[in-house]
Design a protein around this ligand. Structure first.
Ligand SMILES: [Zn+2]
Length: 259
């Protein structure tokens, strides 16, 4: 029952995430004004703004002008709902649940903005590094059964390892391919991931990000949706890898305990 409740809260936050993904890169306020149809400019009525349901009832079209609404709104809401539910099943009602809901929601918003604009928003990742580190100070339980000093050290090394690895890879990439393989945004993003998850999860994140990045890119090239020389933003894969890593906390990964 609580699970259903958390899922619904997730849907509402998913709706909010959609607004942020759409408005943040345009520099618009995320609180005001009310949402409008991008096509006809009419205000979206409150009962046409119910997560998942409204999209299905309106068959993905604007009530007034019948312009198509991107199915992505629906997908983002559903993903957020499932994410909230998954985190609840993993952590129960704990402070970890709140911390990792906040963290994964930031990653989700960051990832979709990166897909749209090829930019990782500093407005999300820079405060994210600080907030992750503060959480490690005030809520050491987020790193499973280590002391406060241990928790601070764990996040601190997470930030160092996270940013360090990508700076290293960026240098290797420049030497080998004579071009930028990794943006500065990715470095800040992985520092944020390290702050929230600690250094061990940085490695799990990179493992899954590279694996999924390779599989999905090859699939898209196979389906002729992308060409080999096309730019592929790595941020969304890092975000996806980090979300997977959250679920490895408190478990063994390749024989290592992930705290
Ligand atoms: Zn319209």
């Amino acid at each position: 029952m609580i699970g259903v409740f958390i899922f619904v809260i997730g849907l509402v936050f998913g709706s909010f995430a959609n607004v942020v993904i759409y408005r943040l890169p345009k520099g618009k306020s995320i609180v005001r004004p009310r949402s409008q149809c991008p096509s006809c400019g009419k205000n979206i009525l409150w009962y046409d703004n119910i997560p998942l349901l409204s999209f299905l009832l309106l068959k993905g079209k604007c009530r007034f002008c019948k312009a198509k609404i991107s199915y992505r709104y629906f997908v983002v809401e559903l993903i957020t709902g499932l994410l909230f539910l998954g985190l609840y099943l993993k952590f129960g009602i704990t402070i970890q649940l709140l911390i990792y809901i906040f963290f994964t929601l930031c990653l989700l918003i960051m990832g979709f903005i990166d897909i749209d604009t090829y930019l990782i928003s500093d407005v999300i990742v820079l405060p994210g590094i600080v907030i992750g580190f503060l959480c490690a100070i005030f809520f050491p339980q987020m790193h499973y059964g280590i002391t406060r000093i241990g928790s601070i050290w764990y996040s601190f090394t997470g930030i160092l390892v996270g940013s360090g690895i990508l700076i290293f890879l960026a240098m290797v990439g420049r030497l080998l391919f004579k071009k930028e393989a990794m943006g500065g945004g990715d470095i800040k993003l992985l520092a944020m991931i390290g702050a929230f998850l600690g250094w061990k999860c940085v490695f799990i994140t990179i493992f899954f990000a590279s694996l999924l990045g390779t599989i999905i890119s090859l699939t898209l090239i196979g389906l002729k949706k992308k060409k080999i020389e096309d730019y592929v933003p790595f941020g969304p894969y890092l975000g996806l890898g980090a979300i997977i890593s959250v679920f490895y906390k408190g478990l063994l990964f390749l024989g290592f305990f992930i705290n």
